[in-house]
Design a protein. Structure first.
Lengths: 97, 183
């Protein structure tokens, strides 16, 4: 089932990319990033049947990074919301030149 | 290719299709709460796939960490900021954003099409066919993951704790109010 797993993982990753590119809600973009991380995890697990246990260990690391990223990212979103009263990316363009 | 029973294949495809449908629904929802709940569905389906791919411990961690902890943080923030209602202004980008997204999606899918034709490379890194089953039978579902985690990847594991510490400190500093930081 390697080809099917990799195909499913790729489709989920593409859906995540399309979500990041088309949505403007900062929280939904974050959720799309989580979806992409999940798709990569599926690739790791599927390949770990052929390349040994390292893939499954790496999935644990990816989950840890995802948790750290969610904590910091959501803190940033909260502090932006405090300033702008919105999470719409059209209104958050202070870094634009 | 390996031989799998019809039962196995049926459920593999079933959960895969549910995951794709839920992911598409997730991306197209306007309300952040609905989107988050659909993402939970995707994560549960992926946990089922992990079980079928001989990664039982990872499946449990997927449910506990992703569908449990991380999604609860997201829902907590959504409800804390009172963003549960769909915004009245549509938050989907215009025609150029959609075209760009469609183009990127097509390129990535074409890449997948090419990659599925090549098959997995066979080299010295490829383990035997029943390697994972033997590891699971010998060490158990948790021990098979824990053994490389605490032996081969011990340094990375320790660095992970530093990463988590930094993330906690960063979240606290970012999250506190300006007035308290000004003293």
């Amino acid at each position: 089932m390697l080809a099917e797993s990799l195909g499913l993982s790729a489709i989920l990753f593409v859906i995540g990319v399309i979500g990041v590119l088309t949505r403007r809600n900062a929280i939904i973009i974050f959720l799309c990033v989580e979806l992409m991380l999940n798709a990569v995890n599926l690739t790791f697990v599927a390949l770990s049947r052929y390349y040994g246990m390292g893939g499954q260990v790496f999935v644990l690391f990816v989950m840890t990074v995802a948790a750290a990223e969610a904590a910091v990212g959501l803190a940033i979103i909260i502090s932006i919301f405090r300033h702008k009263q919105t999470v719409d990316l059209r209104n958050i363009n202070v870094m634009k030149g | 290719m390996d031989n799998y029973g019809l039962f196995y294949q049926f459920h593999f495809y079933l959960f895969g299709i549910i995951a794709i449908v839920a992911a598409v629904t997730f991306v197209t929802r306007k309300s952040p709460v609905a989107a988050a709940m659909w993402l939970v569905v995707v994560m549960f389906c992926l946990a089922a796939e992990y079980v079928m791919l001989d990664a039982q411990f990872i499946a449990a961690m997927q449910v506990l960490l992703y569908a449990g902890a991380i999604m609860v943080i997201f829902l907590f923030v959504i409800m804390l900021l009172n963003l549960g209602e769909a915004s009245d202004i549509a938050d989907v980008r215009g025609i150029w954003g959609k075209l760009l997204a469609g183009f990127v999606g097509l390129v990535l899918l074409a890449e997948v099409g090419v990659l599925t034709r090549t098959g997995i490379p066979s080299g010295k890194f490829v383990v035997g066919r029943d390697y994972l089953g033997a590891q699971l039978a010998r060490y158990g579902a948790v021990g098979a993951v824990a053994k490389p985690l605490y032996q081969d990847y011990a340094l990375a594991f320790e660095l992970t704790s530093v990463l988590l510490l930094v993330a906690i400190s960063g979240a606290v500093i970012l999250g506190r109010k300006e007035s308290t930081s000004a003293r």
